[in-house]
Structures are given as structure tokens and as C-alpha cells.
Design a protein around this ligand. Structure first.
Ligand SMILES: C=CC1=C(C)c2cc3[nH]c(cc4nc(cc5[nH]c(cc1n2)c(C)c5CCC(=O)O)C(CCC(=O)O)=C4C)c(C)c3C=C
Ligand SMILES: [Fe+2]
Length: 400
């Protein structure tokens, strides 16, 4: 890790609070999932390639600093004199970095026209650099996607073990981006809904079930290589800037808490295919037991044909896996007395069209859970590999 001293006067900063910003892969993908999320999608509002690359350079410096617990610039909050707006908004002064990670991704619209947006201009001359799998996700049955919560040219996923640290990071990047980018939508998340290491206990989602048991984990390097990281041969030369990167699928999934809370325990367990208490697959005893989809009782499958874990299991999908990294959210109530709560689903994969798309098609068509959820936000981003020393976010994409 990086030395954990803080320029913000924090006394409680330890090197264990710092996640390395630079490396082979971006932090925030296999990093042990932190407790809090602030996810922001930006539209690029300039047509100038120079303005955009200048911002990406400035963002990189600020992000690198904030991940070490420093202000966006030295003395930014109060050191700039009384007559100028401070260069750092200051709400993280005195806080340690709390494992802040900032992960950047680029959306399909940055590369010009797509099948869904044929009018989109190739404003930055990136048309030939678009990886083939960076195409907007298709519509799935029962989707209720709201454009104001979807898509975007650039995303920043900020994760930390303190909401204020994550919000401070996104707020300051947005502030630095004035005139070049504008926030299209953002989502706060609390309570991770998956684990990415075997050392982490499995958390629970808003349905009260353990979530993340069968996730791909950071120490499963064969699975990461097969299902998460983009390979050199996955793309033609012009799109090889993605080698070592990954695609981020984001879905805002509203969960209808009130009808769920009126469903019997047995109905809830049938929907998921696992026991609510232990997280064990139905018919098994412990959380990490392998589900046996052949078990029956009086001729009926113990794990229903419509159970979430049967449909999302690799055996039902030709072996396909994803790295899930989602968060619970509650955005107040919906005006009708119902909680606007759910799961902000984030998954990383090597090829979203071959992994997420067939999985979501299977779930949307048959998953019993669909009675209790609606997908109302959707986005796909290409997250480049990690940065070498002095490299800036997007340098491999923009530099020829
Ligand atoms: C398209 C991918 C998936 C979406 C969307 C999704 C939504 C979703 N899931 C839960 C709750 C649980 N999911 C669980 C397992 C699980 N889910 C997916 C994929 C999507 N889930 C996969 C690939 C798996 C693993 C399947 C397997 O290999 O067994 C579980 C069980 C525990 C676990 O393994 O994580 C729960 C619980 C909700 C509530 C939700 C949308 C709101
Ligand atoms: Fe799931």
C-alpha cells in the first residue's frame, strides 16, 4: 500500500485505510467491497478533445490525492486566501481515506454513433477505438428504464467505508469538471450486497437474504482471468486500450419491499432458492454448500425452476459468471407511502454482451423475483486497466 499520512490533519489515518490508486487493474473492482457507494454518471458537454483530456489529467491528480486522504490540491479547503472560492470543498478534512477507491469508465456515447443513437457525433475522434462489446444494453422484458437515471459518457464509482469520503470525492470531481462535464445522474448506496474476497462476511440485501455467497472472489484468479479482465486478443488493435480493463454494468433495481414483507418465509426462500437464515441452498445445510438442482420432494424440485439462483447459476447459462459489486439503496419514499428502496446492481465482466445480457434475459423471462422488483436504471461503461506511474485516466484511449 501507499503511505497513509494525510495532508488533511487526520490523526487516525493508517496505511490499512489506503487502497493503492495505481496498479495493473483499477482499484474498486476486486478491492474488498467497502460499505458505501457514490456512483455518478457524467455527460461530456464540450466538443473539444483538448478540454476533455485536460480534465482527465486534472481528475487523475485529484483522484490520486484523495485516495491517499489528501485534499484535491494542497491547502485547497482553507489555504487559498479569503477572497477565492476554496479549491477543495472541505467536508473530508480530518477524515482518513477509509479505503476510498475511484474507478472510471467510459460510456458508448463517447465514441460516436451507436445502433441506439445513430445521430450521435464522433466528437472526439474515438469512433474506431470503441470496443465491440461497448454497445448499449438491449431492452429486457419488464424493464422500466428511466433515461434520467441511465447511460452517460463517463462514470465514476466512488467506494469508501464512510459516505462523506465517497460523496466528497464525487463532489470535487464534479466541481473540477464544470464546463466540461455535467452530472447526468448519481446514486448513493449503503450496505454492500456482495463480497469480493473470501475473508469478507456475506452481507444481506433489502430482502433480508445473504447476497454474494456464490460471487467471483478476488483470490479466484482463474475466474477473474476468464470472466472479468479483458484480454489482448478480445479486441482489434485500435481498441486494445481496454486490455486488462473490465466492463461495468449498472442497474438500478427497485425492490417492492411492502409486498415482499407480506410474503411467507417459504415463498421468499422459494423465490431465491436459498434459506433466509443460513444462506444455504434449499436442501443443503451450510451457506457455501453447492446447490443440488436435482433434489426433489414429492416430485417437485426443492430449488424451484423459477428460483433466482437456479436461473443465474453457471450451469443454466453455459458456465457464464460475473463479479457482482452492488449496494443497497433507500432514496426516501415514492409519494405513495412505499419505500423507494432496492439494489444498485453493479457487475464487472469481460464481455457484457456474452455474460450479463444472457443472464438478465433468463432472469427477466423466468425469475420468480421479477414479481418483486423492477429495473429502472441502466448503464454500461468500459473501465480501462489500472494506471502506471504518471499515467492519466484515459491516456491509453486518447493517445495514439
Ligand atoms: C443479471 C444478473 C443479476 C441480477 C440483475 C441480480 C439481481 C438480484 N439478485 C438478488 C439477490 C440474490 N442474488 C443471488 C445470487 C446471484 N445473483 C446473480 C445475478 C444477478 N442478480 C448471480 C450470478 C448469482 C449467483 C448464482 C449462483 O451461482 O448461485 C443470491 C444468492 C446468494 C448469492 O450467491 O449471492 C441472492 C440473495 C436481488 C435481490 C436482486 C435484485 C434486486
Ligand atoms: Fe442475484
Amino acid at each position: 500500500g501507499v503511505a497513509g499520512s494525510s495532508a488533511m490533519g487526520a490523526t487516525d489515518t493508517h496505511s490499512s485505510d489506503v487502497v493503492r490508486f495505481r496498479g495493473t487493474h483499477q482499484a474498486g473492482i476486486t478491492t474488498p467491497v467497502q460499505d458505501r457507494l457514490h456512483f455518478a454518471a457524467f455527460d461530456v458537454i464540450t466538443d473539444s478533445r483538448a478540454e476533455l483530456t485536460d480534465l482527465l489529467r486534472r481528475w487523475t491528480v485529484a483522484a490520486d490525492r484523495m485516495c491517499r486522504g489528501e485534499e484535491t490540491v494542497a491547502g485547497g479547503a482553507v489555504g487559498g486566501g479569503p477572497y477565492r472560492p476554496p479549491s477543495d470543498t472541505g467536508e473530508a478534512l480530518g477524515l482518513s481515506p477509509l479505503s476510498l477507491t475511484l474507478t472510471i469508465g467510459f460510456g458508448p456515447g463517447l465514441f460516436g454513433a451507436t445502433a441506439d443513437a445513430p445521430q450521435q457525433q464522433d466528437r472526439f475522434g474515438l469512433g474506431d477505438r470503441r470496443p465491440a462489446c461497448l454497445a448499449e444494453l438491449p431492452a429486457f422484458p419488464k424493464d422500466a428504464i428511466e433515461p434520467s437515471r441511465s447511460h452517460g459518457d463517463i462514470c465514476i464509482q466512488a467506494c469508501a467505508d464512510d459516505p462523506q469520503v465517497a460523496v466528497h470525492a464525487v463532489r470535487n470531481l464534479a466541481r473540477l469538471g464544470v464546463g466540461v462535464v455535467s452530472v447526468r445522474w448519481s446514486q448513493l448506496g449503503f450496505g454492500r450486497t456482495s463480497s469480493t474476497t473470501t475473508a469478507q462476511a456475506t452481507p444481506r440485501n433489502m430482502f433480508g437474504f445473504k447476497d454474494g455467497t456464490a460471487n467471483v472472489k478476488a483470490d479466484q484468479s482463474d475466474l477473474l482471468d476468464r470472466w472479468v479482465w479483458v484480454h489482448h486478443d478480445d479486441n482489434p488493435t485500435a481498441a486494445r486500450w481496454m486490455t486488462g480493463g473490465s466492463y461495468l454494468v449498472a442497474r438500478r433495481i427497485r425492490m417492492y419491499i411492502e409486498p415482499w414483507d407480506r410474503a411467507s418465509l417459504s415463498e421468499q426462500e422459494q423465490v431465491v432458492g436459498r434459506s433466509k437464515g443460513s444462506g444455504a441452498p434449499l436442501g443443503a445445510t451450510a451457506e457455501f454448500d453447492t446447490p443440488d438442482f436435482r433434489l426433489t420432494s414429492a416430485g417437485t424440485p426443492l430449488i424451484a425452476r423459477t428460483a433466482h439462483i437456479r436461473l443465474a447459476h453457471p450451469d443454466s447459462l453455459g458456465g457464464v459468471r460475473l463479479l457482482r459489486r452492488g449496494y443497497n439503496f433507500t432514496d426516501g419514499s415514492d409519494g405513495f407511502g412505499h419505500l423507494d428502496a432496492g439494489l444498485f446492481f453493479i457487475a464487472y465482466c469481460r464481455d457484457p454482451q456474452a455474460q450479463f445480457v444472457p443472464m438478465q434475459h433468463a432472469l427477466a423471462a423466468k425469475d420468480a423475483m421479477m414479481e418483486y422488483i423492477t429495473h429502472n436504471g441502466s448503464a454500461l461503461f468500459a473501465c480501462p486497466p489500472g494506471l502506471a506511474a504518471d499515467e492519466w485516466w484515459g491516456q491509453r484511449l486518447f493517445d495514439d
